[in-house]
Design a protein around this ligand. Sequence first.
Ligand SMILES: Cc1ncc(COP(=O)(O)O)c(C=O)c1O
Length: 422
Amino acid sequence: MSASLFNRAKEIIPGGVNSPVRFYEPYPFFASYGKGSKIITEEHDTLIDYCLGYGSVLLGHAYVDVINAVKAQLDKGNIFCVPTEKEIRLSELIIEMIPNMEMVRLMNTGLESTMHSIRLARAFTKKKKVVKFDGCYHGAYDYVLVSPGSSASSASDEGNLQSSMKETLLLPYNDIAAIEDVVKQDEDIACIIVEPVLANMGLVLPMADYLSKLRKITEKEEIVLIFDEVVTGFRLSPGGASEYFGVTPDIMTLAKSIGNGFPLSAIVGKKKIMELLSPKGTVFQGSTYAGNPTSVTAGIATLEKLKDFKNDLYPKLSRFSDTLTIGIKDHIKDLKIGASVNHISSMFQLFFTHEQIKNASDVRKSNQLLYKKLFSELLKSGIFIPPSQFETCFISYSHDDDDIDKTMDAFAKALKKVKEIE
Ligand SMILES: Cc1ncc(COP(=O)(O)O)c(C=O)c1O
């Protein structure tokens, strides 16, 4: 079924998919529907989902509170392009949950939120250059497609404007000395944009004090610090990575978990920067779909759930993640496989390497053939992890003990198969 659907798709959709990350050899399975922790394929196979819309589906698929709220809104209209009370309610909820932030602008995609954050930073500082880190992914536009992670890591520069890209300075992640050097040499840096936890190169964790040192340097040099929390926002903790690590950026971008996967994103930040946005200020940002009642309703229902259930939700996600990763590490040790596991909160990833993974170049050195083998063996056992080593595995609030037990058994079997070809 998926094979014939893919043959049909590739005739009309370039490469058969609407985002390159979704393709893997020989063809991807097609989803029929999702419920809770599961995706049901067109072949009627039930898969326990650890890809979760690349981290979007924090509560679980078709989560009833969110879906019912959206259905009720749909009966009242899905777009007006005039303000609604719900936009204020959602913005208030965001500010309540994210520490030290003052204003919100709602948008639709992660790309928009990072792109407009950079524009704001340039306007605020009257400087031009952007520092980004090797392997961080901030969306599909020229000046952040400089050594990006995710599926863009294998993309060419074709079609990108070189003059835009050359304003972006590339540094290795987790290397404070490199930042100290670059700010000494270049006085034209408007912002440093970083995924506080690098989730687009497998999963790379910030070393102790990395984020707080980044904060100190940017404060001293009057450089805007942007935390791209498109993945980590509301996932690592109710207040995202900023709350988790106790470091406050100047601007934070949010998407994915904010609406449990509905197209919804936001920039949050300090008033003195945010008020530069038009029509209050002169920095242009606009979108027909921004703040549309459908996505906003999903956002309110999701954040109310996260806020009201945070004492159950975040510990539960961490417990599952701990159980899984401890179990996987035990299997790796028993089978004497050269592999390591990174994990934080409800995010984890395996790497087939003896090295500790600290940055993108460490990830590139890991054995991706073995990862592909792991992916295909797990899929045969009904477990769906991201097909690419450069992505992260996620757990949702709808996963349960039975899912975790089944996943552990599947990993035990799959890792044995990996060992056979190691
Ligand atoms: C950290 C991060 N920033 C930005 C983006 C871009 O978001 P979108 O795909 O919604 O444009 C992504 C997408 O995966 C992401 O992971």
